[in-house]
Design a protein around this ligand. Sequence first.
Ligand code: ZN
Length: 74
Amino acid sequence: MTTALAPTLTAADRCDRCGAQAYVRARLTSGGELLFCGHHGREHLPKLQHLATQIEDETDRLLEQEFSTGVGER
Ligand SMILES: [Zn+2]
């Protein structure tokens, strides 16, 4: 079990555009919330900077997953 850097986005969070697992969450000034996968996150983040009050970008985890696939805990 790891307690460090607990992700706030889970496998249940899905990209609003394509339904893939979400790695970016944007809280909008309107009070709404948008979820994006890594791909769509990169695509939309530049625009969201103006609309969102807070952006959580967990796309780093995509890289970690690639490197740690099948390795388990370090
Ligand atoms: Zn997507």
